[in-house]
Ligand binder design. Structure first.
Ligand code: DLL
Length: 435
């Protein structure tokens, strides 16, 4: 089902014309209104008139998270205070917060982008959606909320927490679609089961629009089976626009980028040169229609690739693959590059182990030491020491054989690792000299 069929299935040629038209206006607008861009374009020797084709964008400089931090709080705004309808910002736990503003139009576009994927998940005005992303400066809650309102759904603004109540209301209010992080969806499913429900049979819920963090295929299957739903992986980031920049359709084969509003590029993070479609690299976005906080070539640090070919669903927007990791999440363990998602893939291939883990990085002598905390599933006989030892050895061997990393595995009892209500904390970095 399409929410805006004329846009979502627009012939490529027409779409590219629309993109170029918007790009020309955008580049001119940021040059005139945001001193940062005037300076950065001048320094690179480019002018707004240099945009004659979509490829011409490659001559323009990138924007980084640091640029946004330097502009704190409002120096990247292209409109006056009277036009700013809402402000979101990143938590700023690792530096100054990045502040992003939205005009009324920006909020409407955002709501429409999210609504497209509610429709893809078969949710229209007859559907009830439960928003269990955090509300507040984080974009998850209000982004999904606005999406639900634009799609005409009945919106249940739960925010995070009070997990038993989440399960009860999902059942009692006959919710059709759950919107939260994958780790919280799994948490809600487990709590519902503990409460004596069989959600897959007894709950009406049929879809989950889950994002804001990586989720392995096995974890996704676990959520789908426990809740009896289809999971749609949704992507977004505060700097560009919260959830809805890209999302899977019912075919679950890549995330359609809302290309009428965002130009996507994939570049080699070292050379910053574009990589051919199909190759992995860092995803870069240019916002084509944002009024308050437009961005030119924003480096996301997220790693993905363009999936080539047409999607069977009929949408013409190109797809990006599910996020493989972040350039800054990459751990270099004794010279070997590893992403948490690769470790997760290994963990979830063991049915005795739950899809919960934490990676603890410390320093031993001059070397990095990696401890991996995992839990057994509830019906594993935890007191059978030999089985436990064997399981530990097998997991350590799998990590060594497949990822070439020596990891100290520690298996703990079910429900020891703290459950997430938002983004799960997978890495605890206690290495010396980093903080
Ligand atoms: O996480 C926006 C969002 C809210 C997206 C709800 C989806 C659903 P930030 O807090 O700024 O914004 O974090 C953005 O989260 O750069 C990715 O590294 C990661 N991320 C977001 N979506 C996904 C996803 C929101 N589907 C950062 N898969 C991004 C993997 C994701 N990682």
């Amino acid at each position: 089902m399409f929410y805006q069929p004329e846009l979502e299935t627009m012939p490529r040629e027409e779409l590219e014309k629309l993109q170029l038209d918007r790009l020309k206006k955008l580049v001119k607008r940021v040059y005139e209104r945001i001193p940062f861009y005037k300076e950065s374009f001048d320094k690179a020797g480019v002018k707004p008139e240099d945009i004659q084709s979509l490829e011409d964008l490659q001559k323009f400089p990138f924007t980084t998270k640091q640029d946004l931090r330097d502009a704190y709080p409002f120096k990247m705004f292209a409109v006056g205070r009277d036009e700013v309808a809402r402000i979101h910002c990143s938590s700023g736990t690792t530096g100054t917060a990045t502040v992003v503003g939205y005009t009324k139009n920006d909020l409407d576009v955002w709501g429409d982008c999210f609504a497209r994927f509610l429709y893809a998940a078969d949710c229209d005005e007859n559907a009830a959606i439960q928003v269990a992303y955090g509300y507040g400066l984080f974009t998850g809650g209000l982004g999904a909320h606005q999406g639900g309102e634009n799609a005409g759904c009945t919106v249940l603004p739960m925010s995070t927490g009070n997990t038993k109540r989440q399960a009860r209301l999902m059942h009692d209010f006959e919710v059709d679609c759950l919107c939260c992080t994958p780790s919280y969806a799994l948490n809600i499913a487990d709590v519902a089961i503990e409460m004596g429900y069989n959600p897959a049979e007894e709950f009406k819920v049929h879809a989950g629009i889950l994002g804001a963090e990586p989720c392995s295929e096995a974890m996704r299957k676990d959520i789908e089976t426990k809740l009896g739903i289809q999971v749609f992986d949704i992507y977004g980031l505060s700097e560009v626009m919260g959830p809805g920049v890209a999302c899977e359709c019912e075919k679950q084969n890549g995330l359609h980028v809302c290309e009428d509003h965002f130009l996507v590029e994939v570049v080699d993070p070292r050379t910053l040169q574009p990589v051919p479609d199909g190759e992995w690299g860092e995803v870069v976005f240019t916002t084509l229609s944002k009024e308050c906080s437009p961005l030119i070539r924003y480096r996301t640090r997220d790693i993905s690739r363009i999936i080539t070919g047409e999607c069977e669903c009929g949408r013409t927007f190109r797809r990006m693959d599910r996020i493989a990791g972040r350039t800054d999440d990459m751990m270099i363990i004794r010279g070997v590059n590893v992403f948490p998602s690769q470790i997760e893939e290994e963990i979830v291939s063991f049915p005795e182990i739950a899809a919960q883990y934490q990676i603890i990085l410390t320093t031993k002598g001059t070397l990095d030491h990696v401890e991996l905390l995992v839990e057994t599933v509830p019906d594993f006989p935890f007191d059978e020491v030999r089985r436990l030892e064997q399981l530990k050895k097998d997991l350590q061997k799998a990590l060594k054989d497949n990822l070439q990393v020596a990891v100290d595995v520690k298996i703990v009892e079910p429900k020891t690792i703290e459950r997430s209500e938002g983004k799960a904390v997978r890495i605890v970095d206690l290495r010396e000299g980093l903080h």
